[in-house]
Design a protein around this ligand. Structure first.
Ligand code: GLN
Length: 203
């Protein structure tokens, strides 16, 4: 199994490490492909879109001619995991907490709406334990994270928490073979989301 990790900007190397660990845990033979151009899209069984800066990753996706192509192969069933900025790029609706409506290139494949920078700036970053529906608890890092504020159609919430100021926040969503997390599982060393992605390839 070949898992692609989009390697244009952001913390993709952490995902490479966690993906390898998840493949080992699941006893699946395979490896990681660093995706930097359209050609590498042909050889992968799943894609991970890392955290970073969604505006920058979006622009680089455009520049490499991958924005539309990657969006359409994900919409066509390629299993995909987007974390933080990656979740923003997968969402159909994006707003920014401060700037409101923003024009930025996104793939717009998942029936979720996200609010960028929902919890404030870097210094408002936090870590917490989250219950992931049916799977148990994991440790999650929220770094200039978005909140998933809307889900419709086939999108389902897999995890949520009560934020002291914002209230109930959805942190993890799935729809078909797509997973979007507001947090970084790779920073806290959690392999669960990557294992769920591997299961999506197998089914
Ligand atoms: N705040 C970033 C954005 O809006 C996401 C941050 C992250 O991926 N950790 O794109």
């Amino acid at each position: 199994m070949r898992i692609g990790v989009l390697a244009l900007q952001g913390d993709y190397m952490d995902h490479v490490e966690i993906t390898r660990k998840a493949l080992q845990t699941k006893k699946v033979s395979g490896g990681v492909v660093l995706v930097k151009d359209k050609d590498s899209l042909k050889s992968i069984d799943a894609i991970i879109i890392p955290g970073g800066e969604s505006t920058v990753i979006g622009r680089l996706l455009e520049r490499t001619g991958m924005l539309e192509e990657l969006g359409s192969i994900i919409a066509g069933g390629l299993p995909a995991l987007g974390t933080c900025a990656g979740a923003i790029l997968m969402a159909k609706k994006v707003r920014d907490k401060v700037a409101g409506e923003v024009k930025q290139p996104i793939m717009g494949v998942m029936s979720i709406g996200v609010l960028r920078n929902a919890f404030g700036r870097q210094r408002e970053s936090f870590e917490m334990e989250l219950e992931v529906g049916g799977y148990g608890r994991i440790r999650a890092a929220f770094i200039r994270a978005p909140a998933i504020v809307e889900l419709w159609g086939d999108a389902r919430e897999l995890s949520w928490f009560e934020h002291p100021e914002i209230g109930r926040v959805a942190a993890l969503a799935v729809e078909g073979s797509m997973i979007a997390s507001a947090f970084h599982p790779e920073i806290t060393g959690e392999t669960l989301l990557h294992e769920i992605l591997i299961d999506m390839v197998k089914r």
